[in-house]
Design a protein around this ligand. Sequence first.
Ligand code: MN
Length: 223
Amino acid sequence: MIYAMSDLHGCYDLYIKMLEKINFSDTDTLYILGDVIDRGDGGIKILFDMMKRKNIIPLLGNHDYTAQTLLSKLKKKANDEILAVFKMWLSDGGLPTYQAYKKLSDEDKKELLSYLNCFSVFEELEIQGRKFFLSHTVPSRELMMDFDNIDWQELIVGECEYDKVYFDDKYTVTGHTPTALIDYRYKGKIFEHKNHIAIDCGAVFTGTLGCICLDTLEKYYVN
Ligand SMILES: [Mn+2]
């Protein structure tokens, strides 16, 4: 089976609980749609677990990208501009990630940064006759319709228009925006509307992690 989850934000226990709930095995594949780290304190632990599993495919989130960029730059001499961005990152959820990162050996730091550097930005899949576009987020419909000219950063920070159909024949599966902020009635639940499937249940805020099976569209929750 093929699964997708997103925005683990350091919730290591929920991540493990979900793998157990879906009986995740070597014959399954799991896409994690970004923002593994920050806010919660188990992000780096999750990343090291993901690294060991060849059948977990990570996509890039804005938090993963920021951490990768800053931590790589900090290895060299950082200028004031980088330090200012670094401080912003720490106050935007980066602090627990940085604290855990500092404790790593040089070898583990290197391994972690090169792992984060290989996350892809989007994936397109066809499963059981259904088509899917997967990314951390998507920008406006207008920008998405001109996909060949899109700035790739739109796929990690863009603002999706959940009230518009982007593709008639394809589901857009994204994280980034906790579903409670799309429609409060979906707090802690996966949102599905107009061919959008929004899977960020806001685990670090709501205590609920969601996961969707892309073969069956069945939804799973742990808390
Ligand atoms: Mn995000």
